[in-house]
Design a protein around this ligand. Sequence first.
Ligand SMILES: Cc1cc2nc3c(=O)[nH]c(=O)nc-3n(C[C@H](O)[C@H](O)[C@H](O)COP(=O)(O)OP(=O)(O)OC[C@H]3O[C@@H](n4cnc5c(N)ncnc54)[C@H](O)[C@@H]3O)c2cc1C
Length: 383
Amino acid sequence: MPKHYDVIVIGLGGMGSTAAYQLATRGQRVLGLEQFGPAHDLGSSHGGSRIIRQAYFEDPAYVPLLLRAYELWEAIEKQSGEEILTVTGGLMMGPPDSLTVTGTMQSATQWNLSYEVLEANDIRKRYPVFTPSANSIAIYEEKAGFVRPELSVYSHLFQAEKHGADLRFFESAQSWEVHPSGEGVRVVTNTGTYEAGKLIISPGAWAPKLLAELGVSFQVERHIQMFFEPTRGIEPFRVGKLPIYIWEADDNVQLYGFPSFGIKAEGAKVAFFRKGQPCTPENIDRTVYEHEVEIMRNYLEQGLPMLNGRFLQGKTCMYTNTPDEHFVITEHPQHPQVVIAAGFSGHGFKFASVVGEILADLVIDGNTNHPIELFSPQRFVYK
Ligand SMILES: Cc1cc2nc3c(=O)[nH]c(=O)nc-3n(C[C@H](O)[C@H](O)[C@H](O)COP(=O)(O)OP(=O)(O)OC[C@H]3O[C@@H](n4cnc5c(N)ncnc54)[C@H](O)[C@@H]3O)c2cc1C
């Protein structure tokens, strides 16, 4: 007799792992399918750290989700005994009229989040590693920090299994269809065929392939996370000394980075936000080139010269962008038994905990109390 599942989850990365966890802890019989191993480094959820912050410059509509995401990060930490979220404080830096500064302030004001404004001199005094231009300011947010993506994926998968989820790795979903009766779904993998009442598709950069019929233009991009050794010792870059930061340079290029916390003990991570190259998961070039490191060095020399030391490592990673860079979280427009989480556009990880809750709500209740109107694919229909 084939085993009967309530829900199949295709893709156990950042989002699929939290969905499997939420569903299993709510008593659903879950089958999780992942084409690679747990917490692998071939998609979008690796590299040791992801920024999390509340005063969201991208859109104030994300703030209530962030507040809930923090609660759920704390809940999984308690359940797993792991430190997944580290609060370090965060600096959103740039010219006063930059999106990084104005957007952060707008979200903070609208949602009554506390923040501090620092002038260029204050920034230099408090954090000597930064050399902001005279016209730069920063919004300091105490609650900002980082989450650890691999640890999140592992912890959620481990807890999901503990609550009865059947998780299969190195098994790739080749196709899915709704059952001919109109009820339930059928998924064909490289090794078998499975049926369930509901289906979640959380495919990361494989969205163009798995969700082609949705009609959303998903653009996959290659990005690089770089680790540098500071020129005058790691001390001023350690957690406790340095907050996470997003720095918008005078040419509006956004660069962000993290304090050092041990994954590369002698180095700290820095990356460009956006500015990626179009790619597919099949053709992405995983080599990091000298000229790419040089581009980063030019910015470090301007704003963070003490980080411009020995280049330690570069690791590629993919964004899956939607045209407006907002997520797609929805019931499938034609098939209510299919729920989709895709197009996280390079800023999704901090939300993974709450996205899992939303996906479980949609599967179990058919709706959610969380505000997800912004993420409907219908917004692209008339554009
Ligand atoms: C360089 C970089 C920096 C980032 N920085 C931040 C940040 O600071 N803060 C932040 O909030 N976000 C950040 N992000 C974005 C965030 O990491 C992503 O939005 C998030 O990881 C996306 O999760 P996902 O579950 O959609 O994708 P993934 O974690 O890639 O998961 C998708 C999974 O589906 C699997 N899969 C696909 N197709 C199939 C199939 N047919 N069968 C079985 N399995 C399948 C894949 O193997 C994969 O494991 C960053 C991303 C990158 C690349």
